[in-house]
Design a protein around this ligand. Structure first.
Ligand SMILES: [Zn+2]
Ligand SMILES: [Zn+2]
Ligand SMILES: [Zn+2]
Length: 68
């Protein structure tokens, strides 16, 4: 008794704009733009997603440190 759905679910390819970094991202990149990273002592970027770059010049955070 297998009732396979004839219609496949539509792939959700809609891209959203990240309000942190302004980039558009797809579903596979979503975690990078939405999941908070508890990075360290820097209070400016703590809890921000990995895509953020810290605006603090002396940020020591590996994840958010600004890479110009
Ligand atoms: Zn982002
Ligand atoms: Zn950080
Ligand atoms: Zn920082």
């Amino acid at each position: 008794m297998d009732q396979l759905p004839t219609q496949q679910p539509e792939p959700r390819v809609e891209r959203q704009s990240c309000w942190h970094c302004g980039e558009d991202y797809g579903p596979d990149e979503r975690a990078r733009h939405t999941e908070p990273v508890q990075c360290g002592p820097c209070i400016v970027c703590a809890g921000k997603p990995a895509c953020c770059s810290c605006r603090l010049m002396y940020c020591v955070c590996e994840v958010h440190r600004y890479r110009g």
